[in-house]
Design a protein around this ligand. Structure first.
Ligand code: NDP
Length: 431
């Protein structure tokens, strides 16, 4: 390709940008990628991965307590926050290195600097102008704190606190709020979670929302519903953490200069092939605010590469995407919740099971698992599978294959159970 410095210039080396860059290079494109922070993006540097490491750490509190019922005498455990943060940081450093070598081994040129658009084929980066036939925006999203809110942190800072707060207010009722409320609670902070609406986890199945709220309360979180941000300042706490949503990080990116349109949600508007403007500017991942999950950004990055450099136009299928909230207990779901299904199907069969996990028959811990299947009565197709309880994300990942394949309730029933497990309930539900 003549005339341009590169065939593809990617802005943002997160999950989506890196996948798109490497795959495009694999198709023979000359690719550069710019990153102003660390390679790996939200998921690796300040999201999914460090979050899950902290969630593992938080779970040990219960594990130590439960061990006694199984005959273990455990001396009073002592938690060391700086040790956890140092170990977590070491792992994030390692992953950052892995991502860099992946780029290098794919012959993608990494430019560790902020890049902005000058026009549809030109970026300003590291003090120079670079041209490319195609530009891909994969700049992600950033936590948003409502204007006028009392001072506080976001998840970005939560990963680097110098000490564990004794009392923390977590504002929000979405993924990040529920996950961090559980993390701080498990590690030993007193947690007050404030949510403005009637029930946390808007968009999830109603039974799932109520069940998680109950379990969070039983675990010691002081969950207050119908509580506004103003309520936060009246609470005696060391810290307020805002988990009030994220917004595409597109300020100052030069979108107008490249003729890239922003939609009503403040995200980069794209078509089904992630194309953002008449020039060859594309966008993927959280900055397009379609479904803001790492695997979706990766799929969008791969579809972009297939479409633009692989000669195989590939739209991304955004239907029936499973997701999980790594609270304690965790939540996972695929497909429609009961309320969403009722709006689309005339009659449903609902199967629901609430039970005490076997592990807690000995520990006596007051913990209940919820499993639910939402089934279209006329076709018997399983429209949604939902779970709140230990290992829910692992279990629902597998159920997602069946739901995506269009499995019916009789198909679920034909599968033999693995006994004794919690997951077997999904093939045994009769009510
Ligand atoms: P969410 O959109 O999930 O939740 C934001 C929460 O903040 C909602 O409860 C919302 O309330 C509340 N809120 C928003 N604005 C205000 C306000 N002005 N005052 C009070 N409350 C407010 O955002 P998150 O930050 O939790 O996560 C962002 C996205 O990142 C998620 O949607 C998800 O796509 C992704 N993510 C996925 C994870 C996973 O897969 N495990 C983990 C973390 C993030 P209301 O419901 O009333 O609007």
């Amino acid at each position: 390709m003549t005339g341009f410095d590169f065939d593809l210039f990617v802005i943002g080396a997160g999950s989506g940008g890196v996948r798109a860059a490497r795959m495009s290079a694999g198709f023979g494109a000359r690719v550069a990628i710019a990153e102003e922070s660390r390679v790996g993006g939200t998921c690796v540097i300040r999201g999914c991965i460090p979050k899950k490491l902290l969630a593992y750490a938080a779970h040990y509190r219960e594990d130590f307590e439960d061990a006694a019922a199984y005959g273990w005498r455990v001396p009073e455990p002592v938690f060391d926050w700086p040790a956890l943060i140092a170990n977590k940081d070491r792992e994030i450093d390692r992953l950052n290195g892995v991502y860099k070598s992946l780029l290098k081994n794919s012959s993608v040129e990494l430019i560790e600097s902020r890049a902005t658009l000058l026009d549809g084929h030109t970026v300003a980066v590291a003090g120079r102008r670079v041209t490319a036939r195609v530009i891909l925006l994969a700049v992600g999203a950033w936590p948003e704190v409502p204007p006028g809110a009392p001072p506080g942190i976001t998840s970005n800072e939560a990963f680097h606190l110098p000490a564990l707060p004794e009392r923390i207010v977590v504002v929000g009722g979405g993924y990040v709020a529920c996950e961090f409320a559980s993390i701080f609670n498990g590690l030993g902070s007193k947690v007050i979670q404030l949510y403005r609406g009637e029930q946390i986890l808007r968009g999830f199945d109603g039974d799932v929302r109520a069940h998680l709220a109950g379990e969070l309360r039983k675990s010691g979180i002081d969950l207050r519903l119908g509580a506004t941000i103003a309520d936060a300042s009246g609470i005696d706490a060391d810290l307020i953490m805002y988990a009030t949503g994220r917004r595409p990080r597109i300020e100052g990116l030069g979108l107008e200069a490249a003729g890239v349109r922003v939609n009503k949600q403040g995200a980069i508007a794209v078509d089904q092939f992630s194309r953002a403007s008449a020039d060859e500017v594309y966008a993927i991942g959280d900055c397009t605010d379609r479904v803001n999950l790492t695997p979706v950004a990766i799929r969008e990055g791969a579809a972009f590469a297939d479409t633009v450099f692989g000669g195989r136009p590939t739209p991304v299928d955004h239907e029936t995407i499973p997701s999980a909230v790594f609270s304690n207990p965790p939540v996972a779901a695929v497909g429609l919740g009961e309320e969403a299904a009722r709006a689309r199907f005339p009659a449903l069969d609902i199967y629901k099971s609430v039970f005490r996990p076997m592990k807690h028959t000995l520990t006596g811990r007051d913990r209940k698992t919820l499993m639910k299947l939402v089934v279209d009565r006329s076709s018997q197709r399983v429209l949604g599978a939902h779970m709140v309880g230990e290992d829910a994300p692992e279990i629902i990942q597998m159920a997602a294959i069946a739901v995506k394949l269009g499995a019916t309730k009789p198909d679920f029933d034909r599968a033999m159970a693995i006994h004794p497990t919690a997951a077997e309930e999904f093939v045994l539900m009769r009510k």
